[in-house]
Design a protein around this ligand. Sequence first.
Ligand code: ATP
Ligand code: MG
Length: 574
Amino acid sequence: MSKADSNDHSEKKEFVEETRSLHFIEQIIEEDNRTGKFGHKVHTRFPPEPNGYLHIGHAKSICLNSGMAQQYNGLFNLRFDDTNPTKEETEYVESIKEDVKWLGADWEDRLYFASDYFEKMYEYAVQLIRKGKAYVCDLTPDQIRETRGTPVIPGTPSPWRNRSVEENLELFARMRNGEFPEGSKTLRAKIDMASPNFNMRDPIMYRIVHADHHRTGTQWKIYPMYDWAHGLEDSIEGITHSICTLEFEHHRPLYDWFLNELDVYHPQQIEFARLNLTYTVMSKRKLLELVKGGLVNGWDDPRMPTICGLRRRGYTSTSIRNFCRKIGVAKFNSTIDITVLENCIREDLNKIAQRRMGVLRPLKVVIDNYPEGQKEWLDAINNPENEAEGIRKVPFSKVLYIEQDDFMEDAPKKYFRLSPGREVRLRYAYYVTCKNCIKDADGNIIEVHCDYDPDTKGGCSSDGRKVQGTIHWVSAEDALNAEIRLYDRLFSVENPDDPQNPLDYKEYLNPNSLEIISDAKIEPDLLNANLLNRYQFERIGYFTLDKDSTPEKLVFNRTASLRDSWSKVAQKSK
Ligand code: ATP
Ligand code: MG
């Protein structure tokens, strides 16, 4: 079936076990392979415009395009669609390469730039002019728009539509030479001003732009429009299935028209539904606005739906690929609930994240009957989902920290944590019974006192006595200080982008999307954490070291909360 993930056994197994039917793009490819339409070849591409960072929607397209190539023993290209010099930057090119690679899509040696084809595209345009199928038009962009007509009224032909081939050739060459100001002329395809499809009403092929291009510099004074350029790029690269999002469905007749008129190799354009996610925006323009406006801390802010933001937050590429597989490929637009994505990362991290103990809001606990100055190194399981990951040692001593909300002075009956007179298990350590607590002048609890039972080492009693609760802790003198960043959804409404909303999308930013805890206490082993490790802080959630960390100050991002924190831990440790 697939050569995908051949070095990853768990994924491969999942793939084989899957019994889903083929999605519509697989059906098209299989039919084309059956008939030999493309010589039994599959060749796809991901064609980003380098005008921003990639987001989770792009991941869907990357997984689909590279996935189809892999699945059908084909090839996959990464091609920068860099036809708009004013918005594009090298910074974006580099980040896009990094993200595509990280997602596991392999373009091998096929990294291309549309700008490399500018000369060839120019020659093709000259061919169309010679055929009488393209003309230089002197209308301004506004005039062109005004003469486009309406769905029921045909457009008005441009007064320049019937220029001679010679005049068109000469003017087009002079446009290229930079002899005309921006907006004064365009090259238009001569198709049908009465077509019910607006895209066919003499669309613009080239516009004049006097701007530096990130790769070709000042060489070009005219730049191709998307519809003209894209099909040519696909054709030049020998793409078989040109997969794009649904908005381009009405552009397909134009895609086909250009390639037919030029009589060149002709790929098949196929449209699929773009990914929309709740509680987020996905347009690059809006994401750029959030970054430029300082409303988030850069493109890789862990709250952003960008690939680099998700990576920094602690998402794995496996989880994103699984997400893309799970949501499938369809021909109608829909919005996916963000919990689907969150569950994918939990599922992966539950398998791979090592467990550690960390206390976000520390409360001091003194074990009165534990010998002063004694320290024990207790065994703690690294990952109950994977025995091979072994154990580590955790220091235990007389003074500990627990979570503030794991103690309650007047606790209800069903509160299975610490409270005067109640016994709980300290994870991997001992049973302790709470004796009392100490308060400051304002009545805040500042210290809890307990006795431990030396016969319960490792968290099991020898007399078969059971406790209802297990809580996590760290040894006060051994704990590391850490800053913990807790993230919530970036927007507080499901669809911040909804055109029906009365307010601008920025008004729906969630004011509580970032909470910083500056004085958390975490177990000393986390000094070894690096940016690639993922951890589950027991009972709290999944965490990843942040790039802002220094040896003096560790910073962790919460990747995701635990769905079920409490009962599971209690059961497993029995
Ligand atoms: P814009 O055109 O507004 O700059 P874009 O998101 O379309 O933004 P591109 O760089 O053109 O950006 O996108 C590259 C590829 O990713 C295109 O083939 C596009 O169809 C696909 N893509 C973009 N957004 C999504 C999405 N939300 N879901 C699936 N595919 C997407
Ligand atoms: Mg686009």
